[in-house]
Write a protein that binds this ligand. Structure first.
Ligand SMILES: Cc1ncc(C[n+]2csc(CCOP(=O)(O)OP(=O)(O)O)c2C)c(N)n1
Length: 556
């Protein structure tokens, strides 16, 4: 039986076991939406902006490990995905984004709502396609999902001209999972793995530097085996939070610009850095020449392009971390470098993360209380800015996929829509969105999506009346010239939430936060807590941009 292109799209999504799609319809994608309306067995979440749709799909993908899907129209619908695609690309999040397109015969004529979205998104997608023949439709979708989820995951875009959606063809979903020119290396080179094991076994001051790749590869338990067998201290990137329990004595917390002093000291003094699924991002390394300058480097990553990109590596291993670590662990001896661990203990004792916990309602205190009340079992979703860093520093992550945040792109406005996708992916989990007052205003239209879908998300706004992170840089490096960072005149976010049908609570005093948060939890509905925090609180420690990471402001 012949199916229309629109039906084929939906049938393919069924074959991929898609449970939910996020998006907004429009002229060029109406056939697909029409078929979703009558026949799709999956949930369709209408967001209020396409950027909201793609961040929601992204949050859903990060928290479930499945491919997130969004479907939007051509032209402005498609261009509204650009930030979300770049966001997913930089953080290696598996997404498939479908965009409507002008009919094939009109492509290139500046037809109504025609943009070359495939051209625009080449550098920010793992791959993209314009389907020009209905016969290619199902195999293209198969390939898109396969490429999004395998190897180093990433976003893939499939552009669907309207006449292709309306044309008819036989439907068969291809079984094949081999595609010309695409063959990620899964198994690491055994010789290299053995060399890595020798280095680990003889290292006196080893440190594991773990990133988002550990989460993508579901390799946390293999990493834990390595850590516990050889008693190696672990520091993580922002993206790697939760890969190793931060409550464990071998955890050093996060490293880098706003990392813990002891993580930055340890990696700088290490004689061996075992880099797992990381990018040596500049926010982590600080001055590159001085990063881990005393150490040999083992770098394991599935993407060969990452190896040697920023630092010279002594032992590169290309492969899937889970598989490589399984193999590596077999060659590791049990050991404990007592002197090294003692040095680290001393750094931890001497330089803990600290803030002036006075009578004011401090953001660090808020995060500590959220951790205490949720017993560390919530999923924390953030936007971008100071609040993101406080959420990274003062909540202790013990499980992978419990800290959902925009790392590489640093996208303000990511939090609320990503929390929507997170809650849909994990309906039984407590989902807390930590946002700044600036970030919140970058996608607050998604209040309607969250509230109309009865999503019990708690949004905690760290309301400092500023674009706080930029204000902090202005204070420290621009002589307190607060150019265009005051957000004075923002609306009352609690009232705004109530207008949308949710519950708003305002907290101005330290002593009121605990009961407000407890109340929000007990209500089991959408609640926004607007916390009025000191306007000029800073995120510390802070590595001066461009300096070595041992040079931290706020550490004596
Ligand atoms: C879309 C976008 N625009 C601009 C920036 C630059 N930027 C980084 S942090 C920040 C301020 C964030 O303010 P807010 O959300 O209120 O959080 P706070 O730092 O106050 O916690 C800005 C403007 C960005 N990261 N993303």
């Amino acid at each position: 039986m012949k199916l229309s292109g629109a039906e084929i799209v939906v049938e393919c999504l069924k074959k991929e076991d898609v449970k939910v799609v996020f998006g907004i319809p429009g002229g060029a994608i109406m056939p697909v939406y029409d078929y979703i309306y009558s026949k799709a067995p999956f949930r369709n979440i209408l967001t209020r902006h396409e950027q909201g749709a793609i961040h929601a799909a992204d949050g859903y993908a990060r928290v479930t490990g499945n491919v997130g899907v969004c479907i939007v129209t051509s032209g402005p619908g498609a261009t509204n995905l650009v930030t979300g695609l770049a966001n997913a690309h930089l953080d290696s999040v598996p997404l498939v984004a479908f965009t409507g397109q002008a009919p094939t015969g009109l492509i290139g004529t500046d037809a109504f709502q025609e943009v070359d979205i495939a051209g625009i998104t080449i550098p920010i997608t793992k791959n993209n396609y314009v389907v020009m023949d209905i016969k290619d439709l199902s195999s293209t979708i198969k390939e898109a999902f396969y490429i999004a989820r395998t190897g180093r995951p990433g976003p893939v875009l499939v552009d669907l001209p309207k006449d292709i959606q309306l044309a008819h063809s036989d439907f068969e979903y291809p079984e094949k999972d081999k595609f010309l020119g695409y063959r990620p290396s899964i198994k690491g080179n055994l010789k290299q793995i053995k060399s890595a094991a020798i280095e680990i076994n003889k290292a006196r001051r080893p440190v594991i530097y773990a990133g988002g790749g550990v989460i993508s590869s579901n390799a946390s338990s293999e990493m834990r085996d390595l850590v516990l067998k050889a008693n190696i201290p672990v520091t993580t990137t922002l993206m790697g939070l939760g890969t190793f329990p931060e409550t464990h004595p071998l955890s050093l917390g996060m490293l880098g610009m706003h990392g813990t002093p002891y993580a930055n000291y340890a990696i700088s003094a290490a004689d061996l850095i075992i880099a797992l699924g990381v990018r040596f991002d500049d926010r982590v390394t600080g001055k590159l020449a001085e990063f881990g300058s005393q150490a040999k480097v083992i770098h394991i990553d599935i993407d060969p392009a990452e190896i040697g990109k920023n630092v010279l590596v002594d032992i590169p291993i290309v492969g899937d971390l889970k598989k490589v670590l399984q193999e590596l662990n077999e060659h590791i001896s049990e050991k404990r470098e007592a002197e090294w661990l003692k040095t680290i203990e001393n750094w931890k004792r001497k330089h803990p993360l600290k803030y002036n916990n006075n009578k004011e309602l401090k953001p660090q205190y808020i995060i500590e209380k959220i951790y205490e009340i949720t017993k560390g079992e919530a999923i924390i979703v953030t936007s971008v800015g100071q609040h993101q860093m406080w959420a990274a520093q003062y909540y202790q992550y013990t499980q992978p996929r419990t800290f959902i945040s925009s790392g590489g792109l640093g996208t303000m406005g990511y939090g609320l829509p990503a929390a929507i996708g997170t809650k849909i992916g994990c309906p039984d989990k407590t989902v807390i969105c930590i946002s700044g007052d600036g970030s919140f205003q970058m996608n607050l239209q998604e209040l309607a999506t969250a509230i109309n879908n009865h999503l019990a998300i708690i949004v905690v706004i760290m309301n400092n009346g500023y674009l706080g992170m930029v204000r902090q840089w202005q204070e420290l490096f621009f002589n307190k010239r607060y150019a265009s960072t005051s957000l004075a005149g923002s609306p009352d976010f609690t009232k705004l939430t109530e207008v949308y049908g949710g519950i708003g609570i305002r907290v101005t005093k330290k002593e009121d936060f605990y009961s407000a948060f407890k109340k929000a939890l007990s209500l089991n509905t959408f609640v926004l807590i607007d916390c009025i925090i000191p306007q000029e609180e800073n995120v510390l420690p802070m590595v001066t941009p461009g300096a070595a990471i041992t040079k931290m402001i706020g550490v004596d």
